[in-house]
Design a binder for this molecule. Structure first.
Ligand code: HEC
Length: 134
């Protein structure tokens, strides 16, 4: 029994190792993919205004986990996604609320709307505060 268990553990450990090794190889061609958000900038904003800074940080966490996939780290957009960097918080908030409400916005609304559907007002306001810093 114990022996079987250690085999299982070994297999799982090797599996995890191979997974990360492959991930590294696949991503190593694109250093941009491994870069994190501009933490120094977020820290500066937190130091200057803790309340606003906290919103920016919460927005950053959400952005990194959901939005970055399509809009990229810097919000520059991609082949199928519009750039959002440089937009005011007001505009980002307005757009996210439009998508959340099910309004048909642009030709690729169906790609964007599901990601806005579950956002709370607070999420939207935090995300808008972060996107404005990009
Ligand atoms: C699956 C890819 C995808 C994900 C994930 C995604 N978006 Fe989008 N986003 C799009 C596409 C595509 C559009 C353009 C849709 C259209 O045609 O109206 C868009 C549009 C937008 C716009 C409006 C841009 C403009 O100026 O018209 C904003 C703002 C935006 N996204 C923010 C976000 C935020 C914030 C998140 C994370 C919660 C997010 N998006 C997640 C693909 C995505």
């Amino acid at each position: 029994m114990l022996r079987k268990l250690s085999w299982l553990l070994l297999v799982v450990a090797v599996g995890i190792g191979v997974h990360f090794a492959l991930q590294n190889i696949i991503q190593s061609g694109d250093p941009e993919k491994r870069k994190g958000p501009d933490l120094a900038k977020v820290e500066r904003l937190e130091a200057a205004d803790p309340v606003h800074g906290a919103k920016v940080r919460a927005g950053m966490v959400k952005y990194e986990s959901i939005c970055r996939l399509c809009h990229h780290r810097t919000g520059q957009g991609g082949k199928f996604t519009p750039p959002i960097a440089g937009q005011t918080a007001e505009r980002v908030e307005l757009m996210l609320k439009l998508y959340r409400s099910g309004t048909h916005v642009g030709p690729m609304t169906n790609l964007m709307a599901p990601w806005a559907a579950d956002l709370s007002d607070e999420d939207i306001s935090n995300l808008a505060a972060y996107v404005e810093t990009l």
